[in-house]
Design a protein around this ligand. Structure first.
Ligand code: SF4
Length: 211
């Protein structure tokens, strides 16, 4: 499949919004505070944002709560008047999609399904709330497949009839900026992606390093 420059697409859309003087509503799916830090400072002047913390992949529950609490603290400390919608902890949909895919490495089929679930749910929530756009902070991660995330967003947008903001939040040194902001605000930066399988893989890697 042909590679699309999602960074350029994002820049063009943001320029268009700046010129129009409009400030549409946006449901921003957030995976954690560090990934949201740059994204929020980058686009919050252009959109009326609602944050959506929907991540049934995260385990254990204490980790889920901590990541969500850190996101809320970040919003407060940035002085932004933004609502954070968080769902009850319910990992069942994640374990259903991960069945039989537990041992796959990151960026494989389990991850594609995990990302698709979160984006589809964000599209449904955006529709329910009447948001003009939805998108996700996930494209800031250099470990994730930006092309796939955007394809998923585009497909969910068509399916549910809500516009998707194509993005590559790594652009303009976004990832580097997120690390600086994480330091500045003392944000918790997790050392595994989120699910129990990525936690296990990360622990194994650490053990191998120490041996
Ligand atoms: S490694 Fe990350 S993206 Fe992949 S399934 Fe686990 S939580 Fe989801």
């Amino acid at each position: 499949m042909q590679k699309v420059n999602y960074g350029r697409m994002m820049d063009e859309k943001l320029e268009e919004l700046k010129r129009s003087g409009q400030r549409p509503s946006l449901l921003l799916h957030a995976c954690c505070a560090p990934c949201s830090s740059h994204t929020l400072t980058f686009i919050s002047s252009l959109f009326r944002i609602t944050l959506f913390f929907y991540n049934p992949n995260i385990a254990p529950e204490a980790e889920y709560r901590y990541r969500c609490d850190e996101l809320k603290r970040l919003v407060r400390e940035l002085g932004l008047d933004i609502e954070v919608i968080d769902e009850e902890y319910d990992p069942a949909p994640f374990y259903a999609l991960a069945k039989g895919l537990e041992d796959l490495p990151e960026r494989g089929e389990r991850c594609r399904k995990c990302i698709a679930l979160r984006l589809e749910t964000a599209a449904v929530k955006a529709k329910e709330l009447g948001c003009d756009y939805f998108t996700t902070t996930l494209t800031i991660s250099p470990h994730k497949d930006c092309q796939f995330i955007n394809e998923c967003g585009g497909a969910a947008a068509e399916k549910y009839g809500v516009a998707y903001l194509f993005s590559d939040f790594k652009k303009h040194d976004g990832y580097k900026h997120s690390i600086e902001l994480s330091r500045q605000y003392g944000l918790y930066r997790q050392d595994y992606c989120g699910c129990v399988f990525s936690k296990r893989a990360s622990e194994l890697k650490k053990q191998e390093k120490n041996n």
